[in-house]
Design a protein around this ligand. Structure first.
Ligand SMILES: C[S@@+](CC[C@H](N)C(=O)[O-])C[C@H]1O[C@@H](n2cnc3c(N)ncnc32)[C@H](O)[C@@H]1O
Ligand SMILES: [Zn+2]
Length: 272
């Protein structure tokens, strides 16, 4: 990925311990291996915290979303992108697997993951090293100011994360792919029923982001059975976790295991 300086937009050069541009702006890497390219005005946005990162890691590592991961890897392998940016990458569970799948099929893919949360990128950088993807770039950055040059990216992964179509169009190649996953109406319905007196369905979304054409839309619906030890982790990784009363979350303590619907929309979009 041709990464750019968040201050002056010149190309960045990566060294093991820092990234720098020709104008002398320099950004140190954290010990775990990510770099913070977030400009001060965006630092108030925190993204997910370390607790949420741990919860998601525990849940995803247990394999409940394996079918979704397999489908994403299959789409990526068909596409054979050389340069991938995972926007709102979380702990990199999906993008590390996608990169490994592509490399095992002979595509020499380079991965860059960005997320607004430094806490989370620590997990991603460690995971990538463990999975033999030590050359990935992990950068703290905002979806509204991506640290990549214009039209340098073959594929954007945007999974359960904020979407900024103008930035995506700027960095994607004209024939590039935006692979977006969103939760559908009934996603985690039984989990919501267990917690809320009046659960609501997610709002239906099936349109491509502005400036993109939707070239494929798949619904992947399944049921998963989650034992008590992973239930709170599952709830903690949902966007409603922070907005729910502790007394409602405590209802999960009474449940030994819960079978719930998972329902994902997988969108493949191309610049118009
Ligand atoms: C629901 S999580 C999904 C993480 C990952 N894609 C996955 O599916 O496992 C959403 C992620 O978006 C990140 N995020 C939130 N706001 C963001 C922003 N403005 N710019 C970049 N990332 C953001 C959060 O920190 C979090 O890691
Ligand atoms: Zn610079």
């Amino acid at each position: 990925m041709k990464m750019i300086c968040p201050v002056c937009s010149a190309f960045l050069t990566a060294e093991p311990k820092r990234y720098f541009c020709e104008k002398g702006h320099s950004f140190d890497c954290a010990k775990s291996g990510y770099v913070n390219l977030l400009q001060r005005q965006s630092r108030r946005q925190r993204g997910d915290d370390a607790e949420m990162a741990k919860a998601r890691q525990l849940f995803l590592n247990a394999g409940y979303y394996q079918k979704l991961l397999d489908r994403i890897c299959a789409i990526a392998v068909q596409e054979q992108p050389m340069q991938i940016m995972d926007v709102g990458c979380g702990e990199g569970w999906y993008s590390c697997a996608v990169t490994s799948a592509l490399r095992s099929k002979g595509t020499d893919t380079k991965l860059c993951g960005i997320d607004i949360s430094p806490d989370i990128l620590r997990f991603a950088a460690v995971r990538a090293k463990q999975q033999g993807i030590a050359d990935a770039d992990w950068a703290v950055a905002s979806v509204s100011h991506l640290p990549a040059a214009d039209h340098c990216c073959d594929c954007i992964l945007n999974l359960f994360a904020p979407c900024e179509p103008h930035e995506f169009l700027r960095i994607l190649k004209q024939d590039g792919l935006l692979l977006r996953v969103i939760p559908l109406e009934k996603h985690l319905w039984e989990l919501k029923q267990a917690v809320y007196d009046q659960p609501y369905e997610n709002k239906p979304v099936s349109d491509a982001p502005e400036g993109f054409a939707l070239t494929a839309f798949e619904r992947l619906t399944d049921t998963i059975t989650v034992p008590a030890e992973h239930l709170k982790a599952l709830f903690a990784m949902t966007p409603y976790a922070h907005k729910t009363a502790a007394s409602d979350i405590a209802k999960l303590d009474q449940i030994e295991s819960l079978t719930t619907t998972v329902s994902f929309g997988i969108m493949q979009c191309r610049p118009k």
